[in-house]
Design a protein around this ligand. Structure first.
Ligand code: GLA
Length: 376
């Protein structure tokens, strides 16, 4: 079997083939999984993502406003309007960076993009394309933005250009995570701290299961969760649910109560998970992951039968903990499992899914991965 060509080489090759010149810059950025801290970022809370060894690369140079996708074998013009294709991500990033650049716009540029982050699986393929484009343009035009500023601008692409009311976790993870570390992010102050992820040493592995379910209602359901959190915070006279305490829950009812209970509990679990990781107490980490899943399933109501099926089967096969990761409504779940049990776990999950009439899942392992980078 031949190794697939790394995405950076594919992007550069596509650039050369289309534009007949070497790219001036090749940047790349990874997808992510979130260890714990789900649906807390847009309430100013805590999250703990780490990057995966799948990435998006952008080969760029000055030129005529054409962007090509090596994966789709398509090309688009940059422009200022959305066309509801993959090109909206680089387009939105260029508009945001331009608006905050000294001249208020960017000179014309061109690029080729290639990636291997599974799309629509909750592994942040969109943040990876935004982050890679942002790093490429920042470098190409010597804009001098910090990684943190680039993450803020990329989030605005989602919120203002694409209409998704997401928090900052995915863009922050893709731009700031380091290899072999998770990143504790305080989504209000935007302070971040790398936390060592010593899974290998402990003989553990992080299994990612893509349930491959269509996530048609994902954006509208996602936005309605964000609105519920904003409403609950307003009812409590708080700017953000981050500041809510358990004693405040008595003042809420119905959906608002359930959503707020999740956010309060999940923020506390993230801080306990960091302490567990630092103490290499993976049993405690697993228990926190399990509690996070139960809260996302029962109070936040973003799980699905397939995500629950994976989580239950993974635990039955010896995982220390398992939970859905990302927005939910389909997509991926993760399990923290002894490395020696990973194959048996995957086989058991496959058999269980087939028996339950669920679509065959796909598995990824979180291997050594590096953060966003730019190469000249
Ligand atoms: C998506 C969003 C993130 C975050 C997660 C849920 O990935 O893009 O901002 O809200 O869902 O934790």
């Amino acid at each position: 079997m031949t190794e697939p060509q790394p995405v950076k080489a594919r992007a550069a090759q596509a650039y050369r083939a289309r534009f007949g010149a070497e790219p001036e810059i090749v940047a790349s950025a990874p997808g992510r999984v979130n260890l714990i801290g789900e649906h807390t970022d847009y309430s100013g809370g805590f999250v703990l993502p780490c990057v995966i060894d799948r990435r998006v690369a952008v080969a760029a140079g000055c030129g005529d406003g054409v962007i090509i996708s090596a994966d789709y074998a398509e090309e688009r013009l940059m422009g200022h309007e959305r066309d509801y294709s993959w090109a909206d991500y680089p387009r939105g990033v260029a508009l945001q960076l331009g608006a905050h650049a000294p001249e208020g716009t960017l000179p014309a540029w061109r690029a080729a993009i290639a990636g291997d982050v599974p799309r629509g699986a909750g592994l942040s393929s969109s943040a990876a394309i935004e982050a890679a484009t942002a790093v490429a343009l920042d470098s190409l035009f010597a804009l001098g933005f910090t990684r943190r500023e680039l993450a803020i601008l990329c989030r605005r692409v989602e919120n203002e250009f694409l209409g998704v009311k997401s928090g900052i976790m995915d863009q922050y993870a893709s731009l700031l995570c380091q290899a072999n570390h998770a990143l504790l992010i305080d989504c209000r102050s935007l302070e971040a701290r790398a936390v060592p992820l010593d899974l290998d040493i402990a003989g553990l592995a992080l299994v990612v299961c893509d349930t491959r379910q269509a996530r048609g209602l994902r954006d509208s359901e996602y936005n309605s969760r964000q609105e519920a959190c904003a409403r609950a915070a307003a009812l409590l006279d708080l700017a953000e649910l981050r500041d809510a305490r358990e004693s405040d829950l008595a003042r809420l009812g119905g959906e608002d109560l359930r959503r707020a209970r999740h956010v309060i509990g999940e923020n506390a679990r993230v801080l306990r998970a960091v302490a567990a990781l630092e103490a290499r107490d993976f049993t405690a980490l697993g228990q926190l992951m399990n509690a996070s899943h139960a809260s996302l399933r029962d109070d936040y109501e973003v799980s699905t039968p397939a995500l629950d099926a994976f989580v239950n089967e993974a635990r039955a096969q010896g995982a220390l903990g398992a939970r859905l990761t990302g927005a939910g409504f389909g997509g991926c779940a993760i399990a923290l499992a002894p490395a020696a049990k990973v194959n048996a776990l995957q086989e058991a999950v496959q058999a269980h899914f087939a028996q339950a009439g669920l679509r065959a899942p796909e598995f990824y392992l979180v291997g050594p991965a590096s953060g966003a980078e730019a190469l000249i």
